[in-house]
Design a protein around this ligand. Sequence first.
Ligand SMILES: CC(C)(COP(=O)(O)OP(=O)(O)OC[C@H]1O[C@@H](n2cnc3c(N)ncnc32)[C@H](O)[C@@H]1OP(=O)(O)O)[C@@H](O)C(=O)NCCC(=O)NCCS
Length: 335
Amino acid sequence: MYHSKITGLGYYVPDNVVTNDDLSKIMETNDEWIQERTGIKRRRHVNTAEDTTTSMGVKAAEVAIQRAGISKDDIDFVIFATLSPDYYFPGPGVLVQRDLGLKTVGALDVRNQCSGFVYAISIADQYIKTGMYKNILVIGSEVHSRGLDFTTRGRGVSVIFGDGAGAAILSREEDTTKGILSTHLHSEGQYAEELALIAPGMGKRWVLDILKDNDPNDESYYPYMNGQFVFKNAVVRFSEVIMEGLQANNLQVSDIDMLIPHQANLRISQFIQQKFQLTDDQVYNNIMEYGNTTAASIPIALTEAWEQGKIKEGDTVVLAAFGSGFTWASAIIKW
Ligand SMILES: CC(C)(COP(=O)(O)OP(=O)(O)OC[C@H]1O[C@@H](n2cnc3c(N)ncnc32)[C@H](O)[C@@H]1OP(=O)(O)O)[C@@H](O)C(=O)NCCC(=O)NCCS
């Protein structure tokens, strides 16, 4: 039995910075409201002529591959987490295989929204543990800005989300005291519609129905979020899934060297930090800069924390996520 270890990390965000003041020019909102409720100061939006979900994922992957010290030919499998794929099908995994010029390895797409990256590394971990694959490229990438309602009607959702990509290489590790110790995945589909984008979908409304109606007031094209309900569930599930992971490895809260929470809302991260009595150095947040980048949020934050020397060999690193589905997940890593 092997372990899997993160051997390379990278991220890419578009150059275009959109501040809260920029948003207040196109909808009724203001910097004070956004910062007070979410902690967000600015986020990135793609220049659509330059970037897609896949192209950003590829750029993040190139950095991660180089840092892992492997060649593209060493990659055995691709896992791509996103809720904003370039095409309805095929998913972006195969586009990465093509655009990076990989061998004809398998490419899997994961649709678990804000928990997507943790689900993706959990899958990668299983393939490596069993010995089937040696090096797996895991990507989380999102273009939110093309799909949000930037009128006052959509302000409760559109101010929160930002575009970006993060990537990790998971590699075989022979020392089973190192690497990913365990992952913990959950879902509760009874709340599927509390944070969702309903159309286009084969369930209720497909593209042809939308074209037939062409109703400009139809809100089902835009993500819907019951903000307060999501918030209340998030703080409970984050705490639970972190404790579940620690207990599975006989660890205490005091063993956490670095917690990387999914960047949904700074108030959620601060609540968890306070509940577990962690110091500012033990929790990494960057939502102020990028907003909520969904599947990209954890790999971008993890890469930044690592680049800044905040994660060292031997550290216990905890990843935790909660999002649409509802789904939630954690990963306990010995760096
Ligand atoms: C979305 C969120 C920031 C909203 O904050 P909130 O305190 O719940 O705010 P509410 O939605 O109750 O809105 C309060 C008021 O602000 C208004 N408002 C909403 N968005 C606004 C905006 N962008 N700018 C200004 N005012 C806004 C509302 O219309 C409402 O006005 P009213 O009281 O006159 O009706 C918060 O609920 C949240 O972060 N939830 C969790 C989201 C999350 O984690 N999502 C991702 C999981 S992946």
